[in-house]
Design a protein around this ligand. Structure first.
Ligand code: GCO
Length: 455
């Protein structure tokens, strides 16, 4: 292991990149045979998405990808995490294949290659075909079978040019938030038993994604899950608070991270869910726990945990509610806790022994940041980035196998139920003219990538 100190650059093979997702940037929602996604459907239900914003045009990346990749290349971006829109490939989810959808991504990957940008491809980033939702969506095993076929098709088609695969993005969001709380498409509020079953089906799809990459990915293909684990940070970095944080982290994440790492569903999860635990078929956990090559973590925020005080509730920790004046971004859920990167990656490494971890998303959402004289002075984002990179660097210095960092997001885009007003990009998008303007944070990140140093 190379020793790195506070001021040394990131290791030479550390991956710096940017991330986005199909539904959020492509637009062309009904072009070239694409089927309706659950988000195309959901955004048309009054009151579900801020401003009634639709995904119809988004950043029009579908027609402007070459320009976008040229801009990325000009900033020195060499790695880009994107997702494939399932309804472009199978408009009905599992019916006839849409060749025009495959052709689009062939053109897109060719453009990336031309600009020297390596693709990191997520198979599923929330745009489930609406036709599958009509048959039960994530509550049904029909979706698992359909995903298996979709994953096979995509990996077969692109295995020659794509070597980095991510099976699913953020299981909690498209299951719990979508079928439990109803804040994300399809906006259902189902029982705990149904929601737990959606988790299980998602885990099975993760397994199918791994299986598909092993079967068709060719030489050098690597695959992992991107999880938005529940992250905690010890209030003080003392052995007692660290042990409490580790116990909290292990329990909160066991039903996803434990399951994919061959531990099935743990006793605490089964006790908590009781009669609402998922129905598991023979062979499910063999598929779910197929070995992966890396773990992707989307890190935005965290809960502070300390030792001892929760003993009355029978818990070896106490999770603290944040005071109302704790700093946060404009996204109400996004409290600013940079140490989240350090602790999430360190605890995943310690608990699951991962040999390779990537931050597959990290970023901050703010309301409109105006372009003034051709510039967006987003010093708040530059600070966010700098503080988080500092913690990534600290993790590496402490021996955590953190191998890369993808900034969310390359460009302002469709922030799900918050619509277009919530901006995460380092490139500003004018949603009337679709003009792109790199923000100050883009220039900053370009310098970081070029020097591999936190400037
Ligand atoms: C998610 C998704 C992204 C979001 C980003 C900001 O975590 O919700 O992966 O699509 O846009 O995280 O909320």
């Amino acid at each position: 292991m190379t020793t790195i100190t506070y001021s040394s650059p990131f290791p030479n093979d550390f991956v710096f990149g940017v991330a986005a997702a199909s539904a959020q940037i492509e637009g062309a929602a009904f072009t070239d045979g694409k089927g309706e996604s659950i988000w195309d459907h959901f955004c048309r239900i009054p009151g579900k998405v801020a401003g009634g914003d639709t995904l119809d045009t988004a950043c029009d990346h579908y027609h402007r990808f070459d320009e976008d990749f040229a801009l990325m290349a000009s900033l020195g971006v060499k790695h880009y995490r994107l997702s494939i829109a399932w309804p472009r490939i199978y408009p009905q989810g599992d019916g006839p294949l849409n060749q025009a959808g495959l052709d689009f991504y062939h053109r897109l990957f060719a453009s990336m290659a031309k600009h020297g940008i390596t693709p990191w491809v997520t198979l599923f980033h929330w745009d489930l075909p609406q036709a599958l939702e009509a048959r039960g969506g994530w509550t049904s095993r029909i979706t698992v079978d359909a995903f298996a076929r979709y994953a096979d098709t995509v990996v077969q088609a692109f295995g020659g040019v794509v070597k980095h695969w991510i099976t699913l993005n953020e299981i909690r969001c498209f299951t719990l938030l979508a079928y439990g709380y109803g804040s994300k498409a399809p906006g259902r509020q189902e029982s705990a038993a149904v929601v737990n079953q959606t988790y299980h089906h998602a885990l099975l799809c993760h397994g199918h994604g791994v299986r598909a990459v092993r079967a068709h990915g060719g030489a050098g293909a690597r695959v992992g899950l991107t999880d938005n684990c529940d992250v905690c940070v010890p209030v003080t970095e003392t052995p007692a608070d660290i042990a409490a944080a580790k116990a909290w982290f292990a329990e909160k994440n066991a039903h996803i991270l434990g399951a994919i790492h061959g531990r099935g569903y743990d006793a605490a999860y089964l006790a908590r869910t009781g009669a609402d635990a998922p129905v598991v078929a023979a062979g499910d956990f063999e598929l779910i726990s197929l070995p992966t090559d890396f773990l992707g973590l989307n890190i935005y925020t965290a809960t502070y945990v300390r030792a001892g005080q929760g003993a009355a509730q029978g818990e070896p920790w106490e999770a603290l509610a944040l005071p109302h004046n704790y700093p946060r971004a404009d996204s109400a859920w996004l409290n600013l806790v940079p140490q989240a990167i350090y602790w999430a990656s360190r605890l995943c490494h310690e608990l699951y022994g991962h040999a390779s971890i990537f931050i597959t998303e990290n970023g901050c959402g703010y309301d409109e940041e105006p372009v003034v004289k051709g510039e967006v002075i987003d010093l708040h984002r530059r600070d966010y980035l700098r503080n988080h990179l500092r913690e990534a660097h600290r993790a590496i210095a402490d021996g955590v196998p953190l191998d890369g960092y993808f900034l969310w997001s390359f460009i302002d885009n469709y922030e799900w139920e918050d619509g277009y007003r919530r901006r995460f990009g380092i490139v500003h998008c004018d949603f009337d003219t679709l003009q792109r303007t790199p923000k100050l944070s883009a220039r900053y990140y370009a310098d970081v990538m070029r020097t591999r140093s936190i400037l």
